[in-house]
Design a protein around this ligand. Structure first.
Ligand SMILES: NC(=O)c1ccc[n+]([C@@H]2O[C@H](COP(=O)([O-])OP(=O)(O)OC[C@H]3O[C@@H](n4cnc5c(N)ncnc54)[C@H](O)[C@@H]3O)[C@@H](O)[C@H]2O)c1
Length: 269
């Protein structure tokens, strides 16, 4: 087991990717702190973890909630070894129509609390013995290439990559590592919404298969396995990295033609 005796906080863990992260961390032996603004959802994810699970109602937009999350974790488990900044809201609206309220809504969840919760957790990690720990920020394939109408989301997701590198180089000598995971399309509510909005399931699957070289969406537990590795001592050589888990999506310039093109040869002079 990769995470035996480790105590890991995961934000936004009441559903979607966060619930998968919590499941895998628990399976790998960690005590998991399931933090979510939806208290009942957090409890239903923490319950199967038994004594190695703790649900904390936490709105990451509220500074007092972030401080209480750290305090409740230390009160229950005595220390913190890992943090996954996962809570996030999605956004799609034309740039020219985007308001200050839209900007605040995204940045107040996807960017600002990543900085301050990391700070509160790192202060605790430096106080405890043995000190140090591992932080993961959940960014997105949007940290490589973007979609129209996603400005605030992109600002936040590029922001957490840079912020992660900055904290990584600052705290490396003190035993704290900070890495980012950039997932591609995940099998969470977003994918269900995309399918529901398409004229047919068949067309929707064909479109996305063409966009993702692996030919499928990524399961939350698959990102959980990557996160477990980055939270564990096995990844001790890694800090400041942005690890893509996007099924090859960002490596593909455009999708393949739906017809078989003739071979193209360069012309010699
Ligand atoms: N789904 C994808 O395809 C995809 C792709 C790349 C990156 N991501 C990122 O993965 C993360 C999780 O996404 P998801 O698809 O699981 O989303 P989701 O909407 O299914 O789950 C998000 C969770 O965060 C919680 N949450 C929302 N606002 C919160 C707040 N203010 N305080 C505390 N908790 C809050 C929600 O209650 C929910 O449980 C996000 O950061 C997202 O940007 C998702």
């Amino acid at each position: 087991m990769l995470l035996r005796k480790k105590v890991i906080i995961i934000t936004g863990a009441g559903g979607g990717l966060g619930a998968g992260l919590a499941r895998v961390c628990h399976r790998e032996g960690a005590a998991v702190v399931v933090a979510d603004v939806r208290a009942e959802a957090a409890q239903s994810v923490a319950r199967p973890c038994g004594r190695r699970g703790l649900a904390v109602a936490c709105d990451v937009r509220v500074d007092a909630d972030l401080r209480r999350l750290v305090a409740e974790t230390v009160r229950r488990f005595g220390r913190i070894d890992g943090l996954v900044n996962n809570a996030g809201v999605n956004f799609a609206k034309a740039f020219l129509d985007t308001t200050e309220d839209d900007w605040e809504r995204v940045i107040s969840v996807d960017l600002k609390p990543v900085f301050f919760l990391t700070q509160y957790v790192c202060r605790q990690m430096l106080r405890q013995k043995p000190g140090g720990g591992s932080i993961i920020n959940i960014s997105s394939v949007h940290s490589q290439a973007v979609l129209p109408g996603s400005g605030p989301y992109d600002a936040a997701k590029w922001g957490v990559v840079g912020m992660g590198k900055s904290i990584a180089v600052e705290l490396a000598a003190r035993g704290i590592r900070v890495n980012t995971i950039s997932p591609g399309l995940l099998n969470t509510q977003i994918w269900k919404d995309i399918m529901a909005a398409a004229p047919s399931r068949k067309e929707c699957l064909a479109h996305w298969r063409a966009q993702i070289p692996l030919g499928r969406v990524i399961e939350p537990d698959e990102i959980g396995e990557l996160a477990a590795f980055l939270l564990s001592d096995r990844s001790r050589s890694m800090t400041g990295a942005n690890v893509l888990a996007d099924g090859g999506m960002s490596s593909q310039l455009i999708s393949k033609e739906p017809y078989e093109p003739k071979p193209i040869q360069g012309r010699d002079k």
